[in-house]
Ligand binder design. Structure first.
Ligand SMILES: [Zn+2]
Ligand SMILES: [Zn+2]
Length: 394
């Protein structure tokens, strides 16, 4: 026998919900807070990590939203380890190991994340095989298609007068074309109507597709450069560090955020009664911001500003894209249809570790149920805590 939890009316959706800090049905704060921003955004409590603001460019909770709170520290260490390796290889002038780590580490970390959180088991193998196959095919296709253009701009060399048409093409057409080509795996997989209509599953597929695309494109380009006999001049450690930062941090980050947003937009569907125009506007705005960020990256490269300044611009744009991604995730997860509510049954929250009523949002910490994989939700529903456990824990 469970005792009925105390209830109170939600000031946003009007339903009677278990008393707590957050509404279990719509995720709104039950008591209005100063500086909380509009309720449809819930700006100071990110759906995947309510301790963080939506506008805080935290990498781990943005790129790995299904991680339970206790696992985030491990992934933070993983990211730092990759960064330390990159710096070490640059200082030692080990160019090939640096490129290898910068290229493969993001893909490896993401696959570990998918396996660790059980996302990989939630979708049939057919879906993942399609994502990888489409990612490789579009990566090879795009690189071969643009190979002649890239080779031509190499032969111009630095310091020569670049014609305006070439400038526009290199600054806009190639980055935008690459950005569009990178979305093909996600769009194609969506057309096969995969199971599970949740925006964060779209995010996982989008990021995986884009990461496979980027890895393939980098490898094909490297092979072409070796074939063409482009030898590496003695780069200074600073130049190597910047290259490592672009290859290993800002490039994969921009690719993952833009494709993750496209995945979210393709998998999201509206909860009955939610305003359509506002969400459509949010999606369009976010895509425009992300695409502009990507185009800027291209523009910065062509304008040939001093490389260290250029790198800072890259980093700033990548972080802006991460914030756009978080806004997209927040809006989608707050407003998409949720699992059936079972407020009379207890569940262990993976955000705060409390035993709480099984609802769309944790009444104690506000984390979304959808910010955990199906595997994790099913396991916690099969093995519900016994009534009274919470009292013992206290
Ligand atoms: Zn509510
Ligand atoms: Zn919680």
């Amino acid at each position: 026998m469970t005792t009925q939890p105390e209830t109170m009316p939600c000031r946003l959706c009007g339903h009677d919900v278990p008393a707590g800090r957050f509404c279990g049905r719509c995720g709104a704060r039950l008591a209005q807070e100063r500086g909380g921003g509009p309720d449809w955004l819930r700006v100071n409590a990110f759906v995947a990590a309510p301790g963080e603001s939506v506008l805080q460019p935290s990498l781990v909770s943005s790129l790995f939203p299904y991680l339970p709170r206790r696992s985030r520290a491990t992934f933070r260490v993983g990211l730092l380890l990759v960064a330390a390796l990159l710096v070490l290889f640059c200082v030692l002038h080990w160019y090939v190991p640096m490129v290898a780590v910068a290229t493969f580490a993001p893909l490896l970390l993401f696959v570990i994340y998918l396996t660790d959180t059980g996302v990989i088991a939630d979708l049939p193998w057919r879906v993942w095989a399609l994502v990888v196959a489409f990612g490789i095919a579009t990566g090879v296709g795009w690189t071969l298609l643009t190979a002649s253009i890239v080779a031509e701009s190499y032969s111009l060399g630095l310091g020569t007068e670049v014609p305006t048409a070439t400038l526009v093409r290199d600054a806009l057409v190639i980055p935008f074309g690459g950005l569009l080509a990178m979305q093909l795996p996600t769009v194609l997989v969506r057309l096969t109507r995969p199971p599970i209509q949740e925006s964060l599953y779209g995010f996982a597929i989008g990021v995986l597709g884009a990461t496979v695309f980027t890895v393939t494109a980098t490898m094909v380009r490297l092979v072409q450069e070796i074939d063409a006999g482009i030898t590496l001049s003695d780069q200074s450690v600073t130049d190597l560090l910047i290259e490592a930062g672009v290859r290993g941090l800002t490039m994969p980050l921009t690719a993952a955020t833009v494709s993750g947003l496209v995945g979210i937009a393709l998998w999201y569907h509206r909860r009955a009664g939610a305003s359509r125009i506002r969400h459509l506007a949010a999606v369009v705005l976010i895509l425009v911001v992300a695409a502009a960020a990507y185009a800027n990256v291209g523009l910065v490269e062509v304008l040939q500003i001093a490389t260290d300044l250029q790198f800072l611009v890259h980093v700033a744009l990548a972080l802006a894209a991460v914030i756009a991604l978080r806004v997209g995730m927040q809006v989608a997860v707050l407003h998409e249809p949720q699992d059936p509510l079972q407020p009379e049954l207890p569940i262990l929250c993976q955000g705060c570790g409390h035993v709480v009523p099984d609802m769309a949002f944790c009444p104690a910490c506000g984390v979304a149920a959808h910010a955990a994989s199906r595997t994790s939700r099913d396991a916690r529903r099969r093995d519900r805590p016994q009534p009274g456990t919470e009292l013992v824990e206290r």
